[in-house]
Design a protein around this ligand. Sequence first.
Ligand code: CP
Ligand code: NVA
Length: 317
Amino acid sequence: MTHSLYGRDLLKMNDVTQQEMADLLTIGLTLKGRLRRGVPHALLTGKTLAMMFFKPSTRTRGAFEVGMTQLGGHAMFLSSNDMQLSRGETIADTARVLERYVDVIMARVFAHSVLTEMADASRVPIINGLCDMHHPTQTIADLITVKEYFGGTRGVKMAYVGDGNNMVHSLLHAAPLAGMNIAVATPSHYAPDRLVVAEARALAEQNETELVITDDPYEAVANADVIYTDVWVSMGQTDVPERIHALEPYQVTDKLMSAARSNAKFMHCLPMHRGEEVTESVADGPQSIVFDQAENRLHAHKAVLAMLCSHEVEGML
Ligand code: CP
Ligand code: NVA
């Protein structure tokens, strides 16, 4: 039997079931172990990934490209500026052409609707490499990291403090699917999207996990195992002074870290701005696990690619 993610798109974290989420984490960690032990895992020999970027990237591009190489395939980098898209070719026509060449497409875009348009036009899987609303591949890496540090995800409490952006949307969807409790503190003007919160609440109810939305960072971090933050100004945003002013009370400081559990970890998707959303002492302190998260992008992306594009991955579950 074909496992359930084969041939599917991954556009948002609530596109996957609880079991599929668990499988992604298992495969990511299995592939990480194989890489560390030098065990070959060329699951995608002869396959090609197209990577289309409308926004800059260090980790997403690097980890997808290296991941594809390690899986025995090839990754093709495409900057939207250098494509005929920049001269008016439509996104649907672009997807219709690329799907004739490649086995899977990853795209980093502004509007989420660009991804759904690509998914409608393409017979090969589309992966969201970040859009204004979601960042699912980062989130899978984050949960792999939580699983490594806490021996599992069920019952772990994550507190997200800062801007209600794409990152927290994916964490809100993913936490209940992984059995985690999540508390989110943002200024009310920069709160997470209401539809995403409603979807996450339904998932939390189904999976019997806790979900709290507040504007009080200290309420959110009480008993937290993880404090997570992200930049205050995401790519494409222009209301910079207003944001920075509103978000100042949400900086992750040593004082905020000490209000969480004593063994709490600090997480950030990166890139980070020391002195804005996090102090230098927390970013580079003993509780910070941000570079483990960054490393786990590689293993998470390999799990996503393998599950979307390979039948062989079934034997590893
Ligand atoms: N975290 C993340 O997506 O990093 P990049 O923007 O460097 O890809
Ligand atoms: N929220 C950030 C994440 C960067 C990885 C942004 O969209 O710019």
